[in-house]
Design a protein around this ligand. Structure first.
Ligand SMILES: N[C@@H](CCC(=O)N[C@@H](CS)C(=O)NCC(=O)O)C(=O)O
Length: 239
């Protein structure tokens, strides 16, 4: 059994998409990040960066004690190696390299830039045009990179892989990031391909059971917890 410390956000969806695709049994352990549950000593012990997702694998391949993993990219690689699915093994040097390239591209570019775009467009208390422009432009550039790549193949690394699972939840929110699909026909078709996968649908539905999609904005309390963090936020937590 795998425990998934989780809240239904783009980074959370990456992991449940994998688990649904692979048919691995898992249990969702809610971490309500708006309430500050990412700062409990128990959660920080497995995820020192106070971010979800994190997993605990109670039946690791080496038969030893449970293994915890934090960082969604590391989790996807761990699960790919555990199951032999959606990540070619080390002997397939070329195919594996491509999956890792696109996964890192998502982790270092698409995810963080989309996160910042979303922040300046939807959450910043002040209107900061430079921040909005900087990040929406960068997301637009990244969509262009993806669109060009997807003109030649159905999935980012050729075959369906953890790179697609990592990228989809961040692209699925394109409307909230002030983007349009008009200039990205190949990307738009990939979104439809991803959306049509039953496992992707199941992953999102599992998330809705934990917390239905938001309708209203954020409360002051939630803002303080999510956007007022400093080193002191973690240092203050005692075991
Ligand atoms: N690089 C991390 C980012 C994870 C992340 O940013 N998670 C957000 C939700 S999508 C979170 O837990 N936020 C809690 C907080 O900001 O305190 C990963 O990919 O796992």
């Amino acid at each position: 059994m795998i425990d998934v410390h989780y809240w239904p956000t783009p980074n959370g969806h990456k992991v449940t998409i994998f688990l649904e695709e692979a048919g691995l049994p898992y249990k969702l352990v809610p971490v309500n990040i708006g309430k500050g549950e990412q700062f409990t000593p128990q959660f920080l012990a497995i995820s020192p960066n106070n971010r979800m997702p994190a997993i605990v694998d109670h039946a690791p391949r080496d038969g030893g004690a449970p293994i915890s993993v934090f960082e969604s990219g590391a989790i996807l690689i761990y699960l790919g190696e555990k199951t032999g699915k959606f990540l070619p093994g080390p002997d397939k040097v070329r195919a594996r390299k491509e999956v890792i390239e696109w996964l890192m591209w998502q982790m270092g570019g698409l995810g963080p830039m989309s996160g910042q775009a979303g922040h300046f467009l939807n959450y910043a208390p002040d209107d900061i045009p430079y921040g909005k422009k900087r990040y929406t432009q960068e997301v637009n550039r990244l969509y262009g990179v993806m669109n060009k790549r997807l003109a030649d193949c159905d999935y980012l690394a050729g075959d369906y892989s953890i790179a697609d699972m990592a990228s989809y939840p961040w692209v699925a929110i394109w409307k909230r990031l002030n983007q349009t699909m008009d200039e990205f026909p190949h990307l738009a078709r990939w979104i439809e391909r991803m959306k049509a996968r039953p496992a992707v649908d199941r992953a999102y539905k599992a998330g809705e059971k934990i917390s239905p999609p938001r309708t209203g904005g954020m409360s002051e309390e939630e803002r303080k917890i999510l956007f007022g963090q400093t080193a002191a936020s973690v240092a203050a937590v005692v075991r």
